[in-house]
Design a protein around this ligand. Structure first.
Ligand SMILES: Nc1ncnc2c1ncn2[C@@H]1O[C@H](COP(=O)(O)OP(=O)(O)OP(=O)(O)O)[C@@H](O)[C@H]1O
Ligand SMILES: [Ca+2]
Length: 572
């Protein structure tokens, strides 16, 4: 593995190592002094600072889970089974190894270097159906993928021998991303699926839903199925967080005959979005861990103040129990006091009922008095070290991604590059005008502006474009690109192009210096393509006309960006 290729992983891991050191030296002493582990979670360990993510695949049988993994890896692996019938009967972890090999579940569970020991509690029946696959693939160098047996809609003839939903729940708890697949052709949700969705609710922030095989139905049907899925999920998942649904077809086979150019573009874009989400997992994990350490440190600091306050309020000899009960009962007053005296934000306090519950069983005689030095160290860490670590983690994001190879690396070069179908390059490889999908939407606005002879004035266009809230310097550039024939008016195509470029800019894409061919309004394309004499002739005629126009009306046919701005188009 070359240094160049691992820079993001190394940089992020360095940040995490530093974070772990900072936690150990600055927060842990405060935790230990006030016995924080009695109240909340045990101290953070090595695995809490690991940024190598795990992705879990879940779905009804035959929705394409194993094929999805094959697609991510761009290769098969030992023991892989793909079939229209229920085929995967094992939970299967796929991670990196120098040689391809398949290990039985029992070996996996007894390996202390792996985190699967706790699976032993589900019994031998599960361990018999657990396999560990190691493959030499760069995709899994910084990632573990877990395949699961298909969920069955009819369980009447099946005995699993272990508590399947609980095992899925265990893996979900330990995964960083859960890809939940549905088949666009048969949107089935049986009892087993319902039980699993119920359990997944608490990890719903990790879930990404894939409506797979979406090219096998037509566009109209697809939206019906999508609507039905969203409606169903809304009913089943009692959470405000609705997971993102990716419409796609995750394999390396040709699109079906039913797919149109339109649906193909949608599916490709969705595929790239999901890959991006997965590719960003290590850096997202790093940021999550940083946020967690911040949150935990603030809670630990607040806990220290509360414990020290309670200690101070306790009598040294008599009526200890009565005083303890009284303090617990009046905890909200104590919260108020600590908040005021030590300027601890209310959001840092644990919920009152939770802390009361802890205090009822706590031994107050073990409580410690205030140790300002220890608290100061944590304060300083939050103020100085953590922001630096956050900056370092953000900087790592610009380096070579940690997850690469397979579907994450394919097409990074050449005309099919993922970059080539983003931003202003969308549609660069298509023979059609890239704006056409959005044109009907923009036409509605265009015709509401009462065009005269098919064109709207620069003032009307300006008012509409200003709604984007983009600065005038940018709108000036967009104007020059959109008024492609330079008549200081916009026809319907030019207007659609202007709004399209605004949308790209708002999406964070850079504007081109010149209008690329695939964005040129189709009715003007002929002019631009003309060669030799024709071009020269048209140029000559246009030049004469523009000259005449200038002499007669005192302005050139085509305004440059700076001229437009000067003339009161978009003032800086
Ligand atoms: N994107 C796709 N478009 C069309 N067919 C697909 C797609 N992905 C997979 N298939 C087909 O669907 C069938 C099931 O695929 P696969 O075995 O990968 O599903 P699975 O979810 O892993 O099933 P199981 O739960 O039974 O293990 C196979 O015949 C496969 O070729
Ligand atoms: Ca499978």
């Amino acid at each position: 593995m070359s240094l160049n290729e691992t820079r993001e992983v190394e940089a992020l891991q360095r940040v995490m190592d530093e974070l772990q050191k900072v936690y150990k030296n600055k927060v842990l002493p405060l935790e230990e002094y006030y016995n924080f582990d009695n109240f909340d979670l045990p101290p953070m360990g090595d695995k809490d600072f690991n940024i190598k993510p795990t992705i879990l695949l879940v779905g009804e049988y035959s929705t394409g889970k194993t094929t999805f993994i094959k697609y991510l890896l761009s290769r098969g692996y030992p023991g892989m089974k793909v079939s229209p019938e229920p085929s995967t009967d094992n939970f299967c972890t796929i991670s990196y190894g120098e040689n391809d090999k398949l290990l039985p579940g029992h070996a996996l569970v007894s390996d202390p270097s792996k985190d699967y020991r706790a699976l032993g509690k589900f019994g031998n029946n599960l361990l018999d159906e657990l396999t560990c696959i190691e493959i030499q693939s760069s995709v899994v160098e910084n990632l573990t993928i877990i395949d699961s047996p298909g969920i069955l809609s009819d369980m009447s003839n099946v005995k699993r021998g272990y508590d399947f939903p609980r095992v899925i729940d265990w893996f979900a708890e330990h995964a960083d991303r859960i890809v939940l697949l549905f088949d666009a052709q048969k949107l089935e949700v049986g009892d087993e699926m319902k039980a699993i969705l119920d359990l997944l609710t608490k990890n719903i922030h990790k879930v990404r839903i894939v409506l797979n095989k979406s090219d096998l139905i037509d566009y109209q049907q697809l939206f019906r199925v999508y609507g039905a899925l969203m409606f169903y999920l809304g009913k089943i998942i009692p959470s405000r967080f609705v997971p993102r649904v990716y419409i796609g077809s995750f394999w390396d086979e040709p699109f079906s005959r039913l797919s149109t150019e339109e649906s193909r573009q949608l599916l490709e874009a969705e595929k790239q979005d999901l890959l991006e989400d997965l590719r960003n997992l290590p850096r997202d994990l790093a940021m999550e861990k940083l946020d967690y350490v911040i949150k935990r440190s603030r809670l630990v600091r607040c806990h220290a103040h509360l414990i020290a306050y309670l200690k101070k309020e306790m009598p040294s000899i008599f009526r200890k129990q009565a005083r303890k009960d009284n303090l617990i009962f009046n905890l909200s007053d104590i919260y108020f006091h600590v908040e005021e005296e030590y300027r601890i934000p209310r959001g840092d306090f644990p919920p009152i009922e939770v802390f009361q519950k802890y205090l009822r069983t706590a031994d107050f005689s073990k409580f410690q008095t205030l140790k300002p030095k220890l608290i100061e160290i944590v304060d300083r860490m939050l103020l100085c070290e953590i922001p630096i670590l956050k900056d370092m983690a953000l900087q790592a994001s610009s380096l070579t991604p940690a997850i690469r190879g397979g579907a994450f690396g394919l097409g990074m070069e050449g005309p099919f590059s993922t970059l080539a179908i983003s931003g202003v390059d969308i549609g660069a490889n298509s023979p059609f005008w890239a704006v056409r999908y959005d044109k009907s939407k923009y036409d509605k606005i265009f015709y509401s502006l009462n065009p005269i002879e098919g064109r709207i004035s620069s003032d009307d266009a300006k008012n509409e474009m200003m709604k984007s809230k983009l600065p005038n310097s940018v709108l000036g550039k967009i104007w020059v690109l959109a008024d492609h024939d330079g008549d200081n008016l916009l026809d319907d195509e030019e207007f659609a192009l202007a709004l399209y470029l605004i949308k790209l800019k708002l999406d964070g894409c850079d504007l081109p210096a010149e209008l690329p061919r695939h964005l040129i309004p189709p009715s003007q394309l002929g002019l631009d393509c003309a060669e030799g004499k024709i071009k020269y002739g048209i140029g000559l005629v246009a030049g004469i006309l523009m000259g005449l126009h200038f002499i007669l009306f005192g302005r050139g046919g085509r305004l440059r960006e700076d001229e437009f701005v000067k003339r009161g188009g978009f003032h800086y």
